[in-house]
Design a protein around this ligand. Structure first.
Ligand code: OMP
Length: 224
């Protein structure tokens, strides 16, 4: 199977983003551009990165009323990213309209519970119960609304995949065994995430902050 690592190019600096992507390109399956990059460079920046001929995952985590999300996705249409994120907690109508508005070749994936949150954070938002149950509930909603898959942590992906065998499962919050976790709370190793059923892994700082990003990406890819 082709390389399942999407490297999160989280920087507002376009030349650094281009340089990073060029360095790691032979050891990743694609690049993920998120809010930090998009707020600085918008669609023009994404198009510039797309010239590198790597698969582009546009992670904007859209979360608004259905009409606004659908119109935003239509506005992104010319970029036609391979993958686009929305928040599952935006609800069924928002998810349905997001999928309907996306270009045919774009996978719409719904973020369930951010990997930077734990059970205490969840209860602070008024949601009772375990993260695992919350993720599975939102995964079912995403499935029923007709999107292509979900984003969840490696701790939930096996159960989510068992319930939705044809789903597309994005797992961030991935750290090599000895790496610093930073702001991530639900963390697994790349190998654990793949073994549990992840379709792709999103990996940022373990690669982008390494002294040698190319070697870091290669070392992670070798464990998969
Ligand atoms: O949708 C995402 O990609 C995402 C969802 C989530 O629950 N947690 C999460 O960390 N991410 C993204 O995955 C990347 C993780 O980066 P690192 O923690 O540096 O590996 C960041 O770009 C986050 O925006």
């Amino acid at each position: 199977m082709s390389n399942r690592i999407y490297v999160a190019i989280d920087t507002p600096d376009l030349s650094r983003a281009l340089a990073l992507a060029k360095r790691v390109r032979h050891h990743v399956g694609g690049i993920k551009l998120g809010l930090e990059f998009f707020c600085a460079h918008g669609a023009a920046g994404v198009r510039e990165m797309a010239h590198l001929d790597l698969s582009v995952f546009l992670d904007l985590k859209l979360h608004d009323i259905p009409n606004t999300v659908a119109k935003a996705i239509q506005a992104l249409g010319p970029i036609a990213p391979a993958i686009l994120t929305v928040h599952a907690s935006g609800g069924r109508a928002m998810l349905e309209d997001a999928k309907a508005a996306a270009p045919t070749g774009t996978k719409v994936v719904a973020v369930t519970m951010l990997t930077s949150l734990d059970a205490t954070d969840l209860s602070d938002t008024g949601v009772t119960g375990a993260p695992h149950d919350h993720v599975l509930r939102l995964a079912e909603l995403a499935h029923d609304a007709g999107v292509d898959g979900i984003v969840c942590s490696g701790a939930e992906v096996a159960a989510a995949k068992a319930a939705w065998p044809k789903g597309f499962f994005v797992v961030p919050g991935v750290r090599p065994a000895d790496g610093p976790v930073g702001d991530q709370k639900r963390v697994v190793t790349p190998r654990q995430a793949i073994d549990a059923g992840a379709s792709i892994l999103v990996i940022g700082r373990p690669i982008t902050q390494a002294d040698d990003p190319d070697a870091a990406a290669r070392a992670i890819a070798a464990t998969l």
